[in-house]
Design a protein around this ligand. Structure first.
Ligand SMILES: [Zn+2]
Length: 318
């Protein structure tokens, strides 16, 4: 995996060519424009990465994942059966970051501890559900599918929270972002599905603003959907709901206020901002071992490509 230590601090971009970003590599590949393409003419033959002026992509998905032993591979293959498509081999993939960080916490069996500290509650059980896949049920999580149908979605095309953690006291939803922003609008503004009417008209109990304002004008469609689904699911389970927008420390610093002003929070139902750096700070408190070393190196070394003036961007404020 290539990060700050392995990559050039700036790359030379010409009209028709781009330098391979790996240090000491003199290879130039054709310059690609618009949508990212994985073609031989854009690939460094030495480092096997596909290069564009702003980012690069590994040859395989596995190249971008820190954990991929036989158990991880099994889990990953199961997830892929339910997960939407994504560019997990891309350097700036939020899904790769999600896997690397959340699987670390899960593998080390510290999720309960992390969440107990986060919520100030004694969490005794925790199941990590990445991209809808429940290891306990060995399929996409049935309660999530019920929620999708309750609010007029279909199972196959329903909302897919990146990270769900199902515990004995709190249902957690974490919506992970790296370079993308929490700004989405419905593709069809006239099809409101059953977001307003499902769950016995739950909408007006959990929102101050109307659908049009939240989903369309303020482009909080994705956050809106997760707030709806999670609130309903937690109620079915008889536990609390905590919804986090997981972002870089430097990004979307006002997301708590910006989305928070539209929703009705209670002690049982809360929305907050969480940063990747906050998880890093927690990881630093853990007992040292090889995997901790690996994940902290990853965090410190992580980049999100090259800026418009061709200089490298460090991901985290650490
Ligand atoms: Zn190269």
């Amino acid at each position: 995996m290539y990060g700050l230590k392995e990559l050039k601090t700036a790359i030379v971009i010409e009209d028709n060519s781009v330098e391979c970003p790996v240090r000491d590599c003199s290879v130039k590949v054709d310059r690609q424009r618009k949508s990212f393409k994985r073609e031989k003419k854009y690939q460094c033959p030495t480092h096997k990465i596909f290069v564009s002026p702003t980012t690069f992509e590994y040859e395989t998905e596995q190249d971008n994942l820190l954990w991929f032993d036989s158990k991880d591979k099994l889990l990953y293959d199961e997830i892929k059966k339910v997960k939407r498509e994504s560019r997990i081999s891309r350097d700036n993939s939020e899904d790769a970051l999600t896997w690397n960080v959340m699987r670390f916490l899960d593998r080390q069996e510290v999720l309960k501890d992390f969440l107990s500290q986060l919520s100030n509650k004694n969490i005794k059980e925790a199941e990590l559900i990445l991209w809808s896949y429940s290891p306990k049920e060995n399929s996409d999580w049935s309660l999530l599918n019920k929620a999708r149908i309750e609010f007029g979605e279909t199972v196959a095309r329903g909302s897919e929270p990146d990270i769900i953690i199902r515990t004995d006291k709190v249902l957690y939803f974490l919506e992970a972002k790296l370079t993308a922003k929490n700004e989405t609008k419905p593709s069809d503004v006239h099809n409101r599905k059953k977001y307003e009417t499902g769950g016995n008209n739950q909408f007006k109990q959990i929102f101050k603003s109307d659908y049009e304002t939240v989903a369309v004008k303020e482009k909080r469609y994705e956050l809106m959907r997760f707030w709806i689904l999670g609130s309903w699911m937690a109620k079915q389970m008889g536990i609390d709901f905590e919804f986090y927008s997981l972002v870089m420390k430097s990004r979307e610093q006002k997301i708590k206020e910006d989305f928070g002003k539209h929703i009705i929070e209670t002690p049982e139902r809360k929305f907050s901002r969480m940063t990747w750096e906050q998880i890093y700070d927690y990881i630093k408190t853990l007992t040292n071992n090889k995997e901790k070393q690996k994940i902290t190196d990853y965090y410190e070394n992580k980049t999100i490509g090259y800026s418009s003036n061709s200089t490298i961007i460090k991901a985290f404020d650490i």
